[in-house]
Design a binder for this molecule. Structure first.
Ligand code: UT7
Length: 330
């Protein structure tokens, strides 16, 4: 039976560092509040007009080089983002144009914090079925142009950062492979984390009054999202391990979505995983949503925290609600 693997990865963070103290020029906040509640010390922001596809380009080229492939090998682009360059067309099409591969199929995956996991499951199915041979996944976000930089928006705006992470998925040849994925969604909770406008369900989609009210900025019931994450992630981890005949003892590294250090520490405690087996980098980058898991996974590999043959678990929860996990042999 044909299997697939991550053949190479890349990530890219804009150079501009914005510390917690820097945010105080726009809102009432403090390094102490942000760090205590979320673990974040700083994040990266783009400078000027940079969209998600532009941010993804260097990460994509790095992932292809690491995989020993060129842009000409790519037969499918999956682009995970909640901050697409444009409402339409999708950022996958724009990335294909940037990479100079006209005609190559491209699809955007709008699943927020689990966008990379949904993309990985989709790429895995495509390679296993023979429909694609070399899938380029990009998780890329430019949050900085869409957050409310004021005290009214501070509960959300201090958390998010810009960044991109990419992976190249090809047929497995040497034992390294994607093993399984478990994906979930529950739209009953859509309103606990969303951007309300502009939206097709409103006539007109956006008015000056809506903008005055800040309805075009993300809104979050942070406590509700936090509770869902802490309740849903541990059983999900047990489920995906159990159905593949593994236990937590077999897991070398959990790479969770980087939404909040406290969520990930609580989940790790519930699972009985020590800090040496959980990857964190939220302190440096904040929450980069669809980019967070690929950036963290690539950094873990670059730092030697994941080695060939290790069993690695990826997991996350976010807007939708959506949540999911992927299990792989590195
Ligand atoms: O990837 C997407 C998924 N997102 C998540 O997983 C996020 C999950 N939730 C969280 O991470 C946390 O709920 C937050 C970090 C967002 C907030 O932490 P919290 O402990 O739930 O704080 P809170 O929202 O209850 O706010 C406590 C207080 C409030 O003041 P009062 O009403 O108690 O006087 C807020 O107004 O903190 C205030 N506050 C702030 N103070 C300083 C909110 N934001 C800030 C801020 N700086 N940036």
């Amino acid at each position: 039976m044909r299997r697939s693997r991550i053949a190479g990865m890349g990530h890219f963070l804009p150079e501009r560092v914005v510390t917690n103290d820097d945010l105080r020029q726009w809102m009432e906040t403090s390094d102490e509040w942000i760090h205590q509640r979320s673990g974040i010390r700083e994040r990266r922001w783009v400078e000027g007009n940079v969209g998600a596809s532009e941010l993804a380009e260097p990460a994509a080229l790095q992932a292809l080089a690491e995989a020993g492939r060129t842009v000409a090998d790519v037969d499918m682009i999956l682009f995970a983002t909640l901050s697409p360059d444009l409402n339409f067309p999708g950022s996958g099409c724009l990335l294909g144009a940037r990479l100079g591969i006209p005609g190559t199929a491209a699809m955007d995956i709008r699943n927020q914090c689990t966008g990379f996991l949904y993309s990985l499951a989709t790429a895995d199915s495509m390679v296993r079925s023979g429909m694609a041979k070399c899938v380029l996944i990009a998780g890329s976000e430019v949050h900085s142009s869409g957050i409310e930089l004021s005290t009214r928006g501070r509960d959300v705006s201090v958390l998010f950062g810009d960044g991109a992470g990419c992976a190249v998925i090809t047929e497995a040849t040497d034992g390294s492979m994607l093993l399984d994925h478990e994906l979930h969604a529950d739209g009953r909770f859509a309103e606990i984390l969303m951007v309300e406008a502009p939206a097709s369900r409103m006539m007109p989609r956006l008015t000056p009054q809506m903008m005055e009210e800040g309805r075009h900025y993300p809104k979050m019931d942070g406590k509700a999202v936090f509770k869902h994450a802490v309740e849903k992630l541990p059983p999900l981890v047990h489920s995906i391990l159990g159905r593949n005949g593994f236990t937590l003892d077999d897991v070398a590294m959990l790479v969770p979505h980087q939404a909040n250090m406290r969520i990930n520490e609580l989940v790790a405690r519930h699972l009985g995983l020590g800090p040496e087996r959980v990857m964190h980098n939220i302190q440096k980058y904040g929450n980069t949503t669809a980019a967070s898991i690929p950036i963290a996974l690539h950094e873990a590999a670059q730092e030697g925290r994941i080695k060939k043959g290790d069993l690695v678990l990826l997991a996350g929860l976010g807007a939708g609600l959506t949540w999911g996990a992927s299990l792989l042999r590195w």
